[in-house]
Unconditional design. Sequence first.
Lengths: 54, 292
Amino acid sequence: MNGGGMTIESIRMKNAYRSSGFVQLILILLMVAMIILAISSDELRLIRIESSTL
Amino acid sequence: MKNENSRNIYFILRKIRSYCVVCIGLILPNSYIKVLSSKQIYDGPLKQGCVPFLNCHACPTAFMSCPIGIFQHFAAIRQIPFFLFGLLGSIGLIFGRAACGWLCPFGWIQDQLYKIRSKKVRIPKVFSNFKYGFLAIFVFLLPLFTEVHWFSRICPWGTLSAGIPWMLWNPVDPLRGEPVIGPDIVGWLFVMKISILLLFVVLFVMSKRPFCRTVCPLGAIYSFFNRMSIMRMHVSGKCAGCDQCVEICPVEIKISDDPNSPACIRCLKCTICKNVSVQWMLSHEPGIKEIA
């Protein structure tokens, strides 16, 4: 047990889950897809209009 | 040998961090010098992109947009900003909150002001949850229901980098033939903005990064990614608990207790201790302190 009440085994279990990396890669691909979606729509034009006014 | 090479790399990274913030975070996105002759804010194609840190797009020399300003605008027009979610999400998933430590000029200014000799105070940990409230209320909910950019009205970085420069300069707009800042704008709102800025300047001198830790909505967004990012901090089991890392940490966290705390800005200052290192999740085990 450490101070926070977690056993070493539970910490290792969390590590094992987090170390897969697969979920992160999928999420990054999702984010890239969102950027592509935004570029193909007129979202960037809206950003430009908004940020060009005082 | 590998460990020694890593220590050398951390040493170089710690040395170049300030230059990185000033060059990439401060000068590069704010180098529209042509404003001196055009007397108009830049509205070219680069304004379609956002920087991944706080940088007021109303600053006279700004080239790119502020993500928080754009979030508010999209909330006000009731649309989903896919570009921003994608940009901040991908950066957060790879580097966690590193943009706060390596790119944000406002955080760097706070670090510099804290070096002024004065009475120092520690910010209670509970205040660090306030930034989520600012994110939800001032960036999303209030703009959604009132169509007004409320966070921009209180943002001290916006006041410092846009409000004050425009107010001091106040050129005649060549298109309208009138001063950019009309007399109607200099009212209670500007007084409030200046008061908030002054309050924060005092806090910057007395405590470590108070804005980043308690108010910054962008920091709140990035902090969600610290525990799942590919870049991770790691503390070896040899940590003796000397608390040197707490003393040098710009956000006062004890990295040995929680290496990937949502508050960590990945500035790598704590890598001065040989027990702290960076790990990339796709190639190593992530960093939770090993307990023997």
